[in-house]
Design a protein. Structure first.
Length: 106
């Protein structure tokens, strides 16, 4: 979490260590950024960068050699943030689903 000098919450990051396959990664375990948020009035002040750095240090201390993340394909702002922080895009994915046709019970 990030707080102002007056202890007001400004943002947070949530991360996990994944041991299963992570798209675009070659090692395991992988540090994975599950989510990040900075309040609108606190954006563009380096808070996201500081949160990313804190998460990265935590992952490195847990033997993670790679730091991965994802975002919605339409979230251009977060994509730009990732690039600015040294991430490289590894792939784009479109997910599909379909409801199954229910078979009547016998």
């Amino acid at each position: 979490m990030a707080f102002s000098e007056t202890k007001t919450a400004l943002g947070f990051a949530e991360a996990s260590i994944r041991h299963d396959y992570v798209n675009g990664c070659d090692t395991s375990p992988v540090l994975f950024l599950e989510g990040i948020y900075v309040t609108p009035e606190a954006r563009r002040q380096g808070i996201a960068k500081a949160l990313f750095k804190c998460v990265e240090q935590w992952g490195a201390s847990h033997a993670c050699e790679e730091f991965a993340s994802d975002t919605d394909i339409g979230n251009i702002g977060v994509q730009a943030l990732h690039r600015a922080l040294g991430f490289e895009e590894t792939e784009r994915v479109v997910f599909f689903k379909k409801r199954t046709t229910k078979t009547p019970s016998a």
